[in-house]
Design a protein around this ligand. Structure first.
Ligand SMILES: [Mg+2]
Length: 232
């Protein structure tokens, strides 16, 4: 069986009850929707960088004096995807290298998977910074979100010495399209994007992450799963 580099998106893939954690937290914290919209549009119109967009969003949370405890309280409403921890443990036990490439927040991954460091070798996502009183101070933005998720996979493959052909990406939405195209194999899970479904090797149905286990076993055995097959 081949050793694979298996990378996961977080929001909507490893964590349920959210499509994008940023939106979920904006809603919970009660920031101004007009201002949110303004910075989102500025990013998508290429007027500001991703890091600037993240900084503007975080400034809105900081203006509300948000603390680590408060964010954790909001995140407690989100659950790990069904079967996610069991799935990660099994892939890790099988000797694959696991990674995260996501625009989510470190605190969300930590909250949903307290033992994440045990299964994930490399984690690329946004990191929140708090001061000594646990008040939100800033963010270290990931260089690897949206189209740049593909660069994240290239970097992770390089760091782990695994060929891109032996990489797998699992994601759920339009921001996973570029990395799904690049990965040796890709799985659209809990999928909300026609484009992602189109570019992925396999689309699964249902919301129990264990559905990907037999698919990955086939990839590792180098069986050729038909492009665009649907597995439930
Ligand atoms: Mg997602």
């Amino acid at each position: 069986m081949k050793k694979l580099l298996i990378c996961f998106d977080v929001d909507g893939t490893l964590i349920d009850d959210t499509i994008f954690i940023w939106q979920t937290l904006h809603d919970a914290i009660g920031t101004d929707p007009t201002e949110r919209d303004r910075w989102s549009k500025a990013f998508w119109n290429k007027e500001i960088s991703y890091a600037e967009w993240a900084g503007k969003d975080i400034a809105m949370w900081r203006d509300k004096g948000v603390t680590r405890q408060e964010i954790l309280r909001h995140l407690r409403l989100l659950r790990p995807m069904d079967g996610a921890w069991e799935c990660l443990k099994e892939l890790h036990r099988d000797g694959h290298i696991l990674g995260v490439i996501s625009g989510s927040l470190d605190i969300a991954l930590e909250q949903a998977f307290p033992r994440w460091e045990w299964v994930f070798s490399h984690v690329f996502l946004n990191r929140l910074v708090f001061d000594e009183n646990q008040v939100l101070k800033g963010v270290v933005a990931t260089p690897y979100d949206i189209d740049h998720k593909a660069d994240g996979l290239r970097e992770m493959a390089h760091r782990t010495g695994i060929s891109l052909n032996d990489t797998v990406f699992i994601g759920d939405h339009f921001n996973d399209v570029a990395v799904a195209r690049l990965a040796g194999r890709s799985i659209a899970f809990n999928c909300k994007s026609d484009e992602l479904e189109k570019v992925s090797d396999v689309t699964t149905t249902g919301t129990d992450l264990r559905v990907i286990l037999p698919v990955i076993r086939e990839f590792a055995l180098n069986d050729h799963t038909a492009l665009n097959s649907v597995i439930s």
